[in-house]
Design a protein around this ligand. Structure first.
Ligand code: FE
Length: 228
């Protein structure tokens, strides 16, 4: 006879710690309760759950989106396909999956700056950006991004010319957005991999811009000895 394992006793080899204190948010407590019931009833497998979480925490993230952006910067045909059908174009680079089934890519130009929000909750293009940052899910960002996008951009350190149009895209359960930022000046001849290093997560949400070419030595680790 085997002793049934308590559902919470699955292997603790993952790196999130189970602090059983009272510091969990109500949402976290509810998630934990739901997970416990689903595990106990055999609807989900603990190892599979851990694998999904680990995948999104460590393997899928903004570096995926950066590769997409860099490809679009060097390949006009790819860029056209990306703007026409984001989901299909990112799948060309083997990025696909949940929360990315209907991906729309919006292009920043000299005249337009795009910014993405989910006013209802936290919808986000997981296959190309991974999991959303905490601020993206916060009530202040969700409301202010639509009410006063320029003020939000200022908070993020982004100042745009006054005549540039700011366009805010509200994500839904159906459609997720990815901003295609403008290619930084001074990057003629850079390789796709070098260009990808300039693409920040926030530049693909629209709350930031890519790094400037001057601020970054392509392919080199940060060895400028600053502060020495
Ligand atoms: Fe949402």
């Amino acid at each position: 006879m085997t002793t049934p394992k308590h559902p919470h006793d699955h292997d603790h080899d993952h790196d999130h710690d189970h602090d059983h204190g009272s510091e969990l948010s109500e949402a976290a407590i509810r998630v934990r309760a739901l997970e416990t019931v689903l595990l106990a009833k055999g609807y989900v497998n603990a190892d599979a759950l851990d694998l999904i979480v680990e995948t999104y925490e460590t393997k899928i993230g903004p570096r995926c989106g950066a590769q997409v952006v860099a490809r679009a910067w060097v390949d006009a045909d790819y860029k056209a396909r990306l703007l026409a059908d984001g989901t299909a174009a990112v799948a060309e680079l083997s990025f696909s999956g949940r929360q990315g089934e209907h991906l729309k890519v919006v292009e920043n130009t000299d005249g337009v700056h795009n910014m993405v929000v989910c006013t209802l909750c936290s919808c986000y293009p997981w296959p190309v950006l991974g999991l959303p940052p905490v601020w993206y899910k916060s009530a202040p960002y969700r409301s202010r991004a639509v009410l006063e996008p320029r003020a939000v951009l200022t908070d993020f350190g982004v100042t745009l010319p006054p005549d540039k149009t700011v366009r805010v895209w509200d994500s839904t359960a159906e459609i997720r957005y990815l901003v295609l930022p403008q290619r930084p000046a001074g990057t003629v001849g850079w390789s796709e991999a070098q260009l990808a290093e300039l693409v920040t997560r926030d530049s693909m949400i629209g709350t930031g811009l890519p790094m400037a070419a001057q601020s970054h030595t392509p392919g080199a680790a940060g060895t400028d000895g600053a502060g020495a």
